[in-house]
Design a protein around this ligand. Structure first.
Ligand SMILES: O=C([O-])C(=O)C[C@H](O)[C@@H](O)C(=O)[O-]
Ligand SMILES: [Mg+2]
Length: 433
């Protein structure tokens, strides 16, 4: 491996639109297509590394200057990435608006730092992939080596409609799930196909008592299996405590029942069910208050907004220091990100919960071969780099969809998608219940 082989000669950015089913959450419903950005880092030695991150306009605006600035640098120069991003990306107006939140609040605060980290995570993963390919080492080896050979994922259950309003988008055969029977049928199908052994229900969609009934129905169908419920902060402290009491015998943890660190701390003080979050601890700045107040017991890391695989390991070390558990959050992503999640998860000793992944809902990908779950787990590959290969035809087809789009899908907006079914819909005020 010579320095030239590791020097970045070109960075290619390809925004795409990926099919997404009508999955419901407290903000609204997923649009038929969701934006992602595929990053290719090509070294002067001809090695191509792949990365993936959010593809909404506010991310693309930051990704372009960073791509230009990377040319001539080494793929190993990763500690300098945040400094470089801070220097060249500038602050996005979306991030600097007072009280800005990510995806209507589903992913917590939105700051200029977090937005830059979300962008540079795609570049970090692409650099690690290129470096690993050039060195003949898997990405997990570059992170210090794996401590497990498979990474467990949980079934990510959603209330959903059979199809998008007006029959838009791509059809699938999952049918609707809007009541306990529908949720159980969906869980059974996900367990049968993928072998998942734990189940997370995305809540905050219906009245809490209906969601309690759905979790109870899951507990009956899958006795003893770890269950989670995540209303994305839609409940008050009192409602959170009521749900915690009703489900205390079956929940592994309750995820973001209430929407702020202060409310989570109030809930945590009065229940012994662990609270997990991907909303009130989403940046390093938020850790101290949440941990010292005992507001969360499990942090659901997301390598995209935490700034990459190496930052995820730093977060895991901080969690370990405070006796806080760690697992992984997910939203709509493709196989490059699933591979990246699997590599980093394989290196984290204190990862004791099955990670979230939307991947089963994504029928489209940009890989020649999709990643597979066996008994609910993804095997940790020892193939150099991430161990995945880009399918250029698929990438081109999904980019073509992005080019042809009239702009209505280029920025994720679950509330706007909901208004197509319910013109009166506005993003609910929190707490909703
Ligand atoms: O809280 C979570 O687990 C998420 O934010 C995951 C996703 O954003 C999910 O809520 C979604 O996509 O509807
Ligand atoms: Mg969550």
């Amino acid at each position: 491996m010579t320095p030239t082989e590791l020097t970045i000669g070109e960075v290619r950015l390809t925004p795409i639109l990926v099919a997404d089913p009508p999955l419901l959450n407290t903000q609204g419903v997923h649009q038929p297509y969701t934006p992602r950005l595929i990053v290719e880092v090509v070294t002067e030695g001809g090695v191509t590394g792949l990365g993936e991150t959010y593809g909404d306009t506010k991310y693309l605006d930051l990704a372009r200057p960073l791509a230009d600035a990377l040319t001539g640098r080494s793929v190993t120069d990763l500690n300098a990435l945040p400094l470089l991003a801070a220097e060249v990306c500038g602050d996005s107006p979306a991030a600097t608006a007072a009280g800005a939140v990510d995806v209507g609040g589903l992913r917590g605060v939105q700051t200029a730092d977090k937005l830059r980290l979300s962008v540079l995570s795609g570049f970090e993963v692409a650099c690690l992939d290129a470096w690993g390919k050039a060195a003949g080492l898997p990405v997990h080896a570059l992170l210090g080596g794996k401590v497990r050979d498979r990474v467990d994922y949980s079934a990510y259950l959603f209330y959903r409609w059979a199809e998008h309003p007006g029959g838009r988008g791509e059809a699938d055969d999952w049918g609707a799930a809007v009541d306990p029977a529908g949720v159980v049928a969906q869980a059974r199908k996900l367990a049968d196909i993928y072998g998942f052994g734990s189940f997370k229900l995305k809540g905050g969609v219906f009245e809490p008592k209906e969601e309690i009934a759905a979790v109870r129905a899951l507990a009956e169908e899958f006795p003893g299996r770890p269950l989670r419920l995540d209303p994305n902060g839609a409940w008050s402290v009192e409602t959170s405590l009521m749900v915690a009491e009703e489900l205390r015998d079956v929940l592994e943890y309750l995820e973001d029942p209430a929407g702020t660190t202060d409310r989570m701390a109030q809930v945590a003080a009065r229940t012994d069910i662990p609270l997990a979050t991907n909303m009130c601890v989403t940046t390093f700045d938020e850790i101290a208050e949440a941990f010292t107040r005992g507001a969360v017991q499990v942090v659901l890391s997301d390598h995209h907004y935490w700034g990459g695989l190496r930052n995820t390991r730093e977060l895991a070390a901080i969690c370990r220091t405070f006796g806080v558990g760690v697992s992984m959050h997910s939203n709509t992503h493709l196989g490059i990100s699933l591979a990246a999640m699997t590599h980093v998860a394989a290196t984290v000793p204190n990862l004791h919960h099955a990670c979230d992944s939307h991947y089963p809902w994504q029928t489209e990908d940009v890989l020649t071969e999709r990643l597979t779950f066996e008994n609910g787990a993804v095997a940790v590959t020892d193939t150099p780099g991430l161990g995945v290969e880009l399918d250029r035809d698929r990438l081109a087809a999904l980019h073509r969809r992005w080019l042809d789009d009239d702009g209505s899908h280029r920025d994720r907006d679950d509330a706007a998608a909901m208004r197509l079914a319910d013109p009166e819909w506005t993003t609910p005020a929190v707490p909703r219940w």
